[in-house]
Design a binder for this molecule. Sequence first.
Ligand code: FES
Length: 128
Amino acid sequence: MHGVDANAPPTKGPDAGSRFRGFHEVSIPDTGQRIACAPGENILRAMERLNLRLIPVGCRGGGCGVCRIRVRCGKYVTRRMSRIHVSAADEAAGIALACCLMPQGDLEIEVLGSGTSNPMSTVNPLQG
Ligand code: FES
């Protein structure tokens, strides 16, 4: 039988390889969970829209720092983030606030937030 499987991942274009047509796939390899994030939508909002509880939620506006994540791979943009919660070294290491981060393609992330803000946190160069 010939035809196009509407549920098959696209093989061309910006969604190539993604299971979420028209969305960016945000995967958390440590838990095997995924979030379908609409273009322009931040990760925390997408997670809440899907009624998932994968990343700690606080102020939703970049003010508390509980939603810290590290992007392992993939392209993204962020809104301006407070240096109290994400230092320049953190940002260079892929650390960001999920409520301020909009994927530009599929991402792999690691959840760092534990429900409390840690403004003194820095990147340990020995942990890569
Ligand atoms: S939820 Fe408070 S900084 Fe993201």
